[in-house]
Design a protein around this ligand. Structure first.
Ligand code: ADP
Length: 430
């Protein structure tokens, strides 16, 4: 039996013990009155505490207002502790949920949680930007209403999520996303969205590069194989034979140039950052002039313009390779009788190495793509001039490694100017 019940019975017994002698010695009605008064007092006491409990239950604050009397004090105390524990647990859960949401927001990948019907429950801000979602308004929407591309809808419906789906979204055509749906907690789904634009671009570049190299090498190889077959199978006179051998040697030189340029590119890419020892520019300009004159074989006027001030800090072989390519291009793309002006000017604010020619010039639409590997304005002309299509790619890489910018100005039919602009940190000797 509970202590409250025993206490209630004892109080009733006390009323009876007091009421009985009064009823016996004074009057019956007096005894009953005392008995009823005892019970009424007990009821009033319980009612007062009950009303207090009722009031508190409407607004269960954890403070001293929850204080009972007598037996009620124990009940109120237990309620108080229970409510306090509950509130602490809720606060703890709220904190944990907030931390989980913060972790979701901190992810660099987009995350979208879907319910059993593929409706959006939660998404982080990365996913909002990637998919153009606004969680406040889109919560509860089917994800297929937001990402409407047929390939995504098919991926969602097929239910085979062993591989991610790579696609562009309607809203962000310039980006490529890899969307992976990961089932969890039964039929619920978590969408992980990675921005793979960069990897996709590199993949495409790698594929294009391999295709270009194969194509570039296949042409001279086919020519070589053809001549070899002819020489093996047919009796050709000496003169014809020598002509074939000349052409074969030309093709093998072409392959050599391509392989040499590829090796230069790859060594520049994998080399450590260029040193910052000063490179003697007077010597370098002299070498460039001699090389240009040798390549031109008297067909052009070569001018070197410099006040002889200042040197460059960097890797001499890389700078020779970059500047040499600019000079060689100027010679190759300038018809006989033209002028090639090589200039070098340095100030404490920066320096400029430039090659200006009076050659065929370049249509402005080609200029942004000139430094791509194997990009040529006129493939036949480049080949005839002994070009590999890799020269300006080498120039761009070497200059980048020296924090320099390549500036190209050209007018078709009039000439071009290729300028390498170096920052102050690369200038020495001023
Ligand atoms: P290539 O080996 O074909 O010369 P480059 O990468 O050096 O390859 O140059 C890319 C293309 O840029 C060339 O094929 C040519 O069309 C154009 N080009 C480069 N330099 C000049 C120039 N000085 N004048 C005109 N066109 C040029």
């Amino acid at each position: 039996m509970s202590s409250q019940l025993i206490r209630a019975l004892l109080l009733a017994l006390l009323s009876t013990v007091v009421a009985l002698p009064i009823g016996y010695f004074v009057a019956h009605w007096a005894g009953w009155t005392v008995f009823c008064l005892g019970l009424a007092l007990q009821m009033a006491f319980h009612f007062r505490n009950f009303a207090r409990l009722d009031r508190w239950s409407h607004n269960p604050v954890v403070d001293a207002s929850l204080e009972g009397e007598g037996a009620w004090d124990g009940i109120f105390g237990r309620l108080y502790r229970h409510e306090k524990d509950l509130r602490e647990q809720i606060a703890q859960r709220d904190h944990e949920i907030a931390m989980l949401i913060a972790a979701g927001q901190a992810l660099t990948d987009g995350v979208v949680l879907l319910d059993l019907h593929d409706q959006i429950i939660f998404c982080n801000t990365t996913a909002e930007t990637q998919l153009g979602l606004v969680i406040r308004t889109d919560r509860g929407q089917s994800v297929a209403n937001i990402v409407r591309q047929p390939e995504f809808v098919a991926y969602l419906e097929e239910g085979d999520f062993s591989r991610p789906l790579t696609m562009r979204t309607e809203r962000r055509e310039d980006r490529v996303f890899s969307i992976h749906i990961i089932p969890y907690a039964g039929n619920r789904r978590l969408m992980q969205i990675k921005d793979v634009t960069q990897t996709d671009r590199l993949d495409r570049m790698r594929r294009d590069f391999v295709a270009n190299v194969s194509h570039e090498l296949r042409t001279p190889l086919t020519v070589l194989a053809g001549f070899l077959e002819t020489l093996q199978e047919f009796d050709v006179d000496r003169e014809e034979r020598n002509r074939y051998i000349d052409m074969m040697s030309e093709q093998s030189k072409r392959m050599q140039s391509i392989v040499q340029d590829l090796l230069t590119l790859s060594s520049i890419e994998s080399a450590p950052p260029p040193e910052s020892d000063p490179v003697d520019m007077v010597n370098l300009l002299d070498k460039l002039r001699r090389d240009a004159e040798a390549l031109s074989a008297g067909r052009h006027t070569i001018i070197v313009e410099t006040d002889g001030q200042g040197d460059l800090r960097g890797s001499e072989p890389e700078l020779i390779s970059a500047f040499g390519n600019l000079v060689a291009n100027a010679v190759r793309y300038t018809p006989a009788g033209g002028t090639i002006r090589i200039s070098w000017h340095a100030t404490p604010q920066g320096a400029e190495f430039a090659v200006q020619d009076t050659g065929i010039g370049i249509d402005p639409k080609h200029i942004p793509r000139l430094t791509e590997r194997f990009y040529r304005v006129d493939r036949g002309r480049s080949r005839d001039a002994g070009g590999t299509g890799l020269g300006l790619a080498i120039v761009k890489h070497s200059l980048n490694r020296h924090q320099a910018q390549l500036e190209v100005k050209s007018t078709p039919g009039t000439g071009s100017r290729f300028a390498a602009k170096f920052p102050a940190s690369r200038v020495a000797g001023l």
